[in-house]
Ligand binder design. Sequence first.
Ligand SMILES: Cc1cc2nc3c(=O)[nH]c(=O)nc-3n(C[C@H](O)[C@H](O)[C@H](O)COP(=O)(O)OP(=O)(O)OC[C@H]3O[C@@H](n4cnc5c(N)ncnc54)[C@H](O)[C@@H]3O)c2cc1C
Length: 358
Amino acid sequence: MSVVIVGGGFGALEVALALGAADRDIPLRVVATETSVLYRPWLIHLPAGKRKPPMIPSARLLARAGVEVTADRAASADLGRRVITLESGAELPYQQLVVATGAVSDRDRVPGSRAGALFPCDEADAAELATRIDQGATEVAIVFGWERPGPGLEYAAWIAAHRREVRVAAIDGDGTLERRAGLKATAWLRQLFESRGARLLEGRVESIGDGQVSLANGESVPAEVIAIATPLRGCTDWLPTELRGPNNRIAVDAAMAVAPGIFAIGDVVSAPDGYRLPPALRSIQGTSRGVAANVVRARRGELPLPVLKPGMPDMMGPDLAGTAMLVRDGRLVIRGRLPLLLRSLGERRYLRSRDATY
Ligand SMILES: Cc1cc2nc3c(=O)[nH]c(=O)nc-3n(C[C@H](O)[C@H](O)[C@H](O)COP(=O)(O)OP(=O)(O)OC[C@H]3O[C@@H](n4cnc5c(N)ncnc54)[C@H](O)[C@@H]3O)c2cc1C
């Protein structure tokens, strides 16, 4: 019986390629409707007037690795029988299951945001943000924070750097910037935004409505376009409720195991207490081989080995258009062009290794 990987993003692709490399004879099937993966970290360039992000030809890479793909989506899972039911109604038995269904913007976490804001971490909303700016919006509020403060800060910095006609307010949505980045990095960010004619506002967002972002300190920020990047919600509606934790994500143990016969990887995952997942793509690259090795072990009836290490630092390294900063456990390690260069080298190496088209 097969190993089944559900998902059409980086997590699914990387774990499938790692499994194929670990043991070419494992019957392996990916359930996904996507035939390519958009390199979402570069969505931040779109509203700044730059080109669309690169595409990774996942279907071709999987075919080359001998991985079967079922073009469908998982609708439900019967963990007792080890069977997934697909949206087409077909049933797919598995011996080991890897959940890599990611997370989407949680449009209901901030009151009023579903109706009053765009969520540019989702591709269609990133394009809509770009269109609204192209059509002449000049007051733009970008709210950042929650599980992933990087993209919102990046959007705000890129728009401020490249759309000089736009007045940007970058707003610390969950009020955690100073705690996460530390005083020094926060002060540097404030200065950077000011030098670009933008503002950094540190007040937790209470609600959004009538073209205003209302902050907990009583302040209201008016804006023609409001974007939130973004609270996240795991794509796990197809899994039994007992597997779903806060914000619909799945809790894994240090071996990235969820339950007997089930592993998970990527944005869908929440780390166990005392553990931290590094920035998303690095965590996928860093854990895919370990997850693959544990799937192989589980097929042989062996116990899985730890993939995550305890006590990993909280890292943050946003690309702020022409400059970047690297923060580790609330301390500014480095800022300027060097972290940007290192990041860019790593990204380009990864994109080349996955035959991405620009
Ligand atoms: C603007 C932006 C900037 C970012 N910047 C960075 C960065 O600088 N560094 C970094 O590390 N990360 C960054 N990220 C995060 C990174 O892109 C994600 O962490 C990564 O894409 C997660 O991969 P994934 O495979 O877990 O999930 P996804 O890429 O979301 O893929 C999940 C896939 O599963 C599919 N799926 C969902 N449900 C089902 C189902 N029931 N059946 C079948 N398929 C299903 C979805 O359609 C999707 O294709 C950024 C993200 C955004 C949006």
